[in-house]
Design a protein around this ligand. Sequence first.
Ligand code: NAP
Length: 303
Amino acid sequence: MTVDKRALGNRSVCPIGLGCMSLSWAYGRQPPEKEAAELLHRALDLGYDHLDTARLYGFGHNEALIGETLKGHRQRFFLASKAGINLDEGRSVDCRPQKLRAACEESLRSLQTDHIDLYYLHRFDRDVPIEESVGTLGDLVREGKIGGIGLSEMSAATLRRAATEHRITAVQNEYSLWTRESEIAVLDTCRELGTTFVAFSPLGRGVFADSVRDIGQLPEQDFRAKMPRFLPENWSHNRELIRRFNQIAEDEGVTPRTTGPGLGAFQRQSCRRDSGDRANGPHGGEHRALDLATGRRHPHPTG
Ligand SMILES: NC(=O)c1ccc[n+]([C@@H]2O[C@H](COP(=O)([O-])OP(=O)(O)OC[C@H]3O[C@@H](n4cnc5c(N)ncnc54)[C@H](OP(=O)(O)O)[C@@H]3O)[C@@H](O)[C@H]2O)c1
């Protein structure tokens, strides 16, 4: 695969990363270990060199899978993981310094490495000042355990505060045709601070690949079934929008998923191009017309 690479931290990576979440958790049924391992090897062979995981995914399973499968190949990929969602007492956000340190040590052990290239705070902790959490991650950078600091699902204001404590390498927020809050201020703030924007769930959690047709058919453990946008009272409305969106794609002679960017590492310039294309491109009017029923008010601790 030959692509123009983009800077992420101190590396150049493929603009489409490999999100590993679903290999352990989240949507549908997880693949057998052997298939998951084959997929990881195949991805590296194809040129994917930015792997995204989290302590949360499969409650440690995802990191352990990557660690075991790709030991011996560590130099071939940029490794990003996340901490800050507490796994001990159900799911709660906990970004206290001692928790972050302990999580990092566990991640390093599971991943079978001595260095994680990018380590995100997975969610904003209302009880711990962001400066304190970022300060701890800054210590981990100085100790060589992590290469850079990321923030996930955080606002522009939080990014600014965090950046006074330590350079923030990346912000990873949900960003797709139906989740566009980052366009309010986060994208601009990333450009200003030289922070890379990494878009997660670019296919709207499968919706823009038309892989969610009947929410009643989602397996019980599929957490999309509990997300407000997929609840029956919202889904009937959203389903109609997706039908219209699919129709536009068909009229244009493209598949819906080609309109999504993939889990992308967008730098300043490409960030601008990406949102500009969406606003002004052939589908721009329709995108603005999508009036999604998300029921979403605050970042939620999924993914
Ligand atoms: N920071 C966070 O809080 C957070 C939250 C969520 C996700 N993430 C990261 O972002 C990554 C991607 O998230 P996501 O999985 O929600 O992304 P997504 O691209 O929006 O959705 C992926 C879904 O689309 C389906 N899909 C993709 N290509 C398809 C195709 N060509 N045909 C049919 N279906 C297709 C996949 O099905 P199959 O699996 O069957 O291929 C999968 O169910 C995760 O792995 C994780 O690393 C981060």
